[in-house]
Design a protein around this ligand. Structure first.
Ligand code: AMP
Length: 364
C-alpha cells in the first residue's frame, strides 16, 4: 500500500519511518526541494495548487493524508474527488478558522475561553468589556505557534494589536489563567473504533511548544477523553487528532485542535506501545489500531533554531534523538529528543538537562 502525504516536513518524515515496517510506501507533495521527508519518501515537487500534480498524487497513492491543517479547502476537495482522503476535508475546514473551530467546540458542549469575531478596531473596543482583560487577539486563519497573536492588557494595547493584523479577519479571546496546558491525542479508524493516549502536559514559551510529558493516570484523563471523543465522532474523523486544553480550577477549557499527528505526541515513538505516527498510518489505511499504553515514563524536548551534537545529546541518560535533517533557522523546530525512563526522578533529571541544552541553542 502507498500513502500520499500533502507536506514533506518532519511529521511526514516520522509517518514514513513508522509506516515502513508495516510494508507501507510513501509519496509526498511539497514545494521545497529540501523538504526533509523527501529523504525517505518519493517526492512530487511543486505547488499545492498544481492540479496535474495533485492528480498524480491521487493516482500514485491508495490514500492521501496531510501533515498540516492549512491545506487550502479546494485542494482537499480536489483530492477527495479523485481518491480516498483521511481525515475528511470537513475537519480541515473547521480547524483552519479559529472562529468556526470555537463555535464547533462550543456546540459540542466543550468549554472554550470567552471569544468573539472582530472585524474592526471600533468593534474590538466595543467587545472588550464583555471579553474581559487580559485578552488575546488572534488572526482567525493561518496562525500557528503563537504567530499573528497579541496579548491585550489595557485599552492602550488595542490599536497596535489591531494594526499588526493588517486587516485580516480576527478573533478576540479571554486570557485563560491556567494552572497548566495539556493535550489529548485520539485515534479513530474507519470502523469508528477510537483509542486515546495518556494526556501530555505541555510547556510553551513564546507560543511555541518546548516540552511535553506523558501523564499516566492523570486526574484530567477521563474528561479530556470525553471531550476529544465528542470531537472525533462529530467530525466522523479518521486518523490522529490532538486537542489542546487549558486546566483551570479543576476544569478543562479547549484552546484548539489539530487534525493531524501533533508535536505533543512525539514522546509516543519510544514512550508508547504504538506511536501516534504508526497509529495514524494504521487508521487511514484501514488497519487495526495499536495499543496506546505507555511504556515507562516518557517526555519530549524540542530543539528550536539549533541542536547540539548528537554525541552530546546521547550522553544524556535514556535519550532518543530525532534529528529532522532541516537547516537551522531562527524559530524553526529542527529536532526533538524523547526520554523514556524507569523512574520519574530519572525522567525529570534527563528532561532538565535536555531543556538546558535546548535553551543554549535556542534563538527564538
Ligand atoms: P495557539 O496558537 O492558539 O495554540 O496559542 C499558542 C499558545 O499561546 C498556547 O499554547 C498558550 O500557551 C497561549 N494561549 C493561546 N490562547 C490563550 C488564551 N486564550 N489564554 C491563555 N493563553 C493562551
Amino acid at each position: 500500500m502507498k500513502l500520499g502525504i500533502l507536506g514533506g516536513g518532519q511529521l511526514a518524515r516520522m509517518l514514513a519511518l513508522a509506516g515502513y515496517p508495516l510494508g507501507v510506501e510513501f509519496v509526498v507533495l511539497d514545494p521545497s526541494a529540501e523538504a526533509c521527508a523527501t529523504h525517505v519518501c518519493e517526492h512530487l515537487l511543486g505547488d499545492y495548487h498544481d492540479t496535474a500534480l495533485l492528480a498524480e498524487l491521487a493516482e500514485r497513492a491508495d490514500v492521501v493524508t496531510y501533515e498540516f491543517e492549512n491545506v487550502p479547502a479546494e485542494v482537499a476537495e480536489f483530492l477527495a474527488a479523485h481518491t480516498v482522503v483521511h481525515p475528511a476535508p470537513k475537519a480541515l475546514a473547521v480547524a483552519q478558522d479559529r472562529l468556526i473551530e470555537k463555535n464547533f467546540l462550543r456546540d459540542l458542549g466543550i468549554p472554550t475561553p470567552s471569544y468573539a469575531a472582530v472585524d474592526s478596531l471600533a468593534e474590538l473596543e466595543q467587545l472588550m468589556p464583555e471579553i474581559g482583560w487580559p485578552a488575546i487577539l488572534k488572526s482567525r486563519t493561518q496562525g500557528y505557534d503563537g504567530k499573528g497573536q497579541s496579548v491585550l492588557r489595557s485599552t492602550a494595547d488595542l490599536a497596535a494589536a489591531w494594526e499588526l493584523l493588517q486587516g485580516v479577519p480576527a478573533i478576540v479571546e479571554g486570557f485563560v489563567d491556567f494552572t497548566r496546558e495539556i493535550s489529548i491525542i485520539a485515534v479513530r479508524n474507519v470502523a469508528g473504533e477510537v483509542v486515546f493516549y495518556p494526556v501530555s502536559e505541555n510547556l510553551h514559551r513564546g507560543g511555541i511548544l518546548r516540552v511535553s510529558e506523558c501523564r499516566m493516570d492523570d486526574p484530567m484523563q477521563q474528561l479530556a477523553q470525553d471531550y476529544v471523543a465528542r470531537l472525533v465522532t462529530a467530525l466522523d474523523y479518521v486518523g490522529v487528532l490532538a486537542l489542546e486544553l487549558f486546566e483551570v480550577d479543576g476544569q478543562l477549557v479547549a484552546n484548539e485542535f489539530a487534525p493531524r499527528v501533533h508535536n505533543s505526541g512525539h514522546w509516543t515513538i519510544e514512550g508508547a506501545e504504538t506511536s501516534q505516527f504508526e497509529n495514524h498510518v494504521r487508521a487511514v489505511l484501514g488497519l487495526p489500531l495499536g495499543s496506546t499504553a505507555p511504556v515507562g515514563h516518557a517526555a519530549m524536548v524540542n530543539f528550536i533554531g539549533g541542536v547540539p551534537t548528537t554525541e552530546r545529546l546521547l550522553k544524556v541518560a535514556d535519550s532518543h534523538v530525532h534529528l529532522y535533517a532541516k537547516a537551522s533557522r531562527k524559530g524553526r523546530k529542527v529536532a526533538h529528543v524523547t526520554v523514556r525512563a524507569n523512574s520519574i526522578d530519572g525522567l525529570t533529571a534527563a528532561v532538565s538537562e535536555l531543556a538546558r541544552l535546548a535553551d543554549q541553542v535556542d534563538d527564538s
